[in-house]
Write a protein that binds this ligand. Structure first.
Ligand code: ZN
Length: 197
């Protein structure tokens, strides 16, 4: 009986590590202003921010919850703010360690900002290409990063649908950069020490 009880505890805490409940702090941060208001962008040069940027983010267990829609709107507002205009952002960059990113879809005519939840890269092409990257969370560094030209990515949308897509080129690069953020990886990790100065 005791062993069974212990087993249940172990299984529950294992599941919890994948989809931890949203904290009061996260709720307060997301609800601190209107959906059209930008959020503070975490900076790699600030030790407390760097902790968030280096952490592994939690899976989102229910993408349809209103709070994620609000977060997504605020992340898009952040990307459109004149102080930090960008083509993609990941939740850790606004202080939330959850698996949600915004990607500007340059592969679509209107180039919309799309909300990508719990993304997983299933296939990465062997063919690679280099391009200069920067990051809203890393001041003053831009450098060349080599990434896969094409990826197959699986993710959830805000309405809870699962999508599987093949994306390539610049859009695939944004996906890869933002998904790295969810695993605590920064683009500067790919730069050789000699260029890093
Ligand atoms: Zn970045």
């Amino acid at each position: 009986m005791k062993a069974l009880f212990l087993l249940i505890i172990v299984v529950l805490s294992f599941l919890d590590s994948f989809s931890q409940r949203i904290t009061k702090h996260e709720k307060a941060l997301i609800k601190s202003s209107s959906p059209s208001t930008h959020l503070y962008v975490t900076q790699s040069t600030i030790p407390n921010d760097l902790k968030i940027l280096r952490a592994n983010s939690f899976q989102i267990s229910n993408p349809k919850r209103n709070i994620w829609e609000k977060l997504s709107k605020r992340m898009i507002a952040t990307l459109q703010h004149p102080d930090h205009k960008g083509v993609g952002i990941a939740a850790p960059q606004v202080g939330i360690n959850r698996r949600i990113v915004i990607v500007q879809r340059f592969d679509k005519e209107e180039k919309p900002f799309e909300t990508i939840i719990n993304p997983e890269i299933i296939i990465s092409s062997d063919s690679l290409w280099k391009r200069i990257e920067g990051c809203l969370s890393i001041p003053e560094i831009r450098d060349t990063v080599e990434r896969s030209w094409e990826i197959t990515v699986k993710y959830s949308t805000l309405d809870g649908k699962t999508k599987k897509e093949v994306v390539s080129g610049f859009t695939a690069r944004i996906f890869q950069h933002e998904i790295d953020h969810l695993n605590g990886v920064l683009f500067t990790d790919y730069i050789k020490p000699t260029n890093k100065e």
